[in-house]
Ligand binder design. Sequence first.
Ligand code: ADP
Ligand code: MG
Length: 707
Amino acid sequence: MIEDLVKFESFLNKSLRYCRGVGEKTAQKLEKKGFRTVRDVIFNIPYQWIDKRNIGKISLLKDGDNAYLKVRTINSGTWVPKGFLNKKTRGYTALVTDGTGYLTLRWFTDPPDFIKDLLKKNQEINIFGKVKVFRGSKEISHPEIEKIGFSEEDLKVKILPVYHGLPQGFSEKIYRKILYDVLFEGRLLLKSLLPKEIKRVFNVIDTGEALFNIHFPQEDFERDKWEQRKSIYHQSLLNEELFLFFSLLAEKRKEIEKVFVSPLSFSGELLNRFTERLNFPLTKAQIRVIEEIKKDLKKDKPMHRLLQGDVGSGKTIVAISSALMAVEAGKQVAFMVPTEILAEQHYLNLKRYFTGLDIRCHLITSSLKKKDKDDILKKLEDGETQILVGTHSLIQENVNFKDLGLAIIDEQHRFGVEQRNLLIKKGRNPHTLYMSATPIPRTLTMTVYGDLDLSIIDELPSGRKPVRTMVLPESHRERAFKIAEEEIKKGFQVYVVYPVIEEDNQLELKSAKEMYEVVKIRFKEFNCGLLHGRISQEEKEQIMDSFKKGDISVLVSTTVIEVGVDVPKATVMIIEHGERFGLSQLHQLRGRIGRGGDQSTCIVLVDTKRLSKEGRERLIFFRDNSDGFKLAEFDLKLRGPGEIMGTKQSGIPEFRFVDILKDSYLIEKMKINTENYFKSPPSDYLKYLKKIQQIYFQRDLDYINVG
Ligand code: ADP
Ligand code: MG
């Protein structure tokens, strides 16, 4: 086994410079695009294939066909795509024939000269691409082209891979040749990394064999299967990766399970007194989740639970309920949140909820005066403080709990692994509750938070009306203000949000400070307030407080109000420069309104000059959808998981092959199987596991700590 691994690793890490056919120039070009080692090229799998086994006939082409054709050019020339106002955009087009019919080739951008050369009149070429048939005329956009006589016979393959990410102008032919040589020689060195048992059950074949057949399919090639990543080779590779990925989590779980704590002892009496005082009934989902947490707290293992619920679903109540169980059991609770405003708000809420309950709750933020801070720290050490709410200040060195029993982390994705761990280390194996409003698709949760238990609040408090959303060009600002004014007259309140605090000459964006002056004049009959990250804590508190009380009608703000802020009487939100915000941010912002039972309106103003096509799509999707999960999925397609989850900082290795959306159906199955396997894996496989993980994910995995 170990020799196999050594061979595996050294082959993967072999520099391309030592590979056949790679000279200095080629190597440099490839390196610019990140292709340095064998690993880089063989793990870059093709997204389509040119099947040269049959040459098609134009007369027989149907819409959607992937055609490989031998044709002659009739004419070619520049073409200006319709709908592109920008006159600089030029396309290119050519009419070709194979004697059975005519076909148009089309480029939406100006193609490189070598393509234009290939398209000279009467020249014969081979082309490959997906056919579109529109009103009887046949077209291929951006086809692959090669000169007749060009031969890849020396590769002995008839089905050629097409890749993303090659250096511009780099010959596909040369790339394929390099790759073919590399794989042909090395494929036998890449044995499967999975244990025998799993290999058998999942039909996993050797890694090298799978890769070879993906890059250079043989006679069993079926286009649909390959393109949908469903060939036995793709499945094999994907399952291998998933197994290795979940093996990391399984190990982590094992570590966790070795830890014992004494179960918390409480009757739930304090919790009951709290819920009786609420002026609303808990939702079914809240009750269920609180029950799940209660069970966890009574176990002899620390809880590791992720609480997910869309914006406004009432996670705070669940957090408080959990805190009260721990408090009744005589433990201290830490409640960490990402912003001072939120900390402040939670603290005020807690105090309000706790009147008459005799619970000692304190707030710690960075803007606290030294003396007050020392005072709080002392109370904390003495065990007098029962619940401590705070920002990152909670994890500073001089913060010492007497007996931290439960750590709650709100908006947990805003903290890095390090920070979350620092908080947990303030106690001896405290229970942990992570909360997140970023609704992410199930399969993503399973991977990124795979080692946490999951509780989901899948229901909003009753009586909420969906927020009406409008997207308008910013020239319609007055219309938005008019709507706001009407609402204020009815006693409601308004947020106006800007992307930046101050004017910045480079960006030329409207800023909160600058527009505050405009808003003040427009709404001169009403009280206006300005809130952003650079005003003092005291002032912030004061403004938030006045807004909460209803003394301020219009709050001009930056995105500091994005998370958690809860003012039920606010029913209008105007977001300026909507084109600057991502979907999840817009969703969070919109989540600030529609919290009472009143109809609310969100108006997104857009600087249309800066609006990209993608931005337009995003805003329309936002307007038409209020379900956080749907928005997240859309976002995921647009931006990929890395950016959304901040996986870079989460310490989770990224998948090389697995695509969370495309391969979702495999993920759950493999997770369960991996977990089962690790309940009692044969010890000789375990011996190599660390090494295997390291080879595969190519990094030091010691710091992996999902929670
Ligand atoms: P989030 O899940 O976004 O953190 P919050 O906990 O801030 O949501 O709750 C949003 C609002 O809903 C708050 O004003 C809260 O008091 C209210 N709320 C919470 N639970 C219920 C419920 N069961 N019925 C009615 N309103 C509720
Ligand atoms: Mg919240």
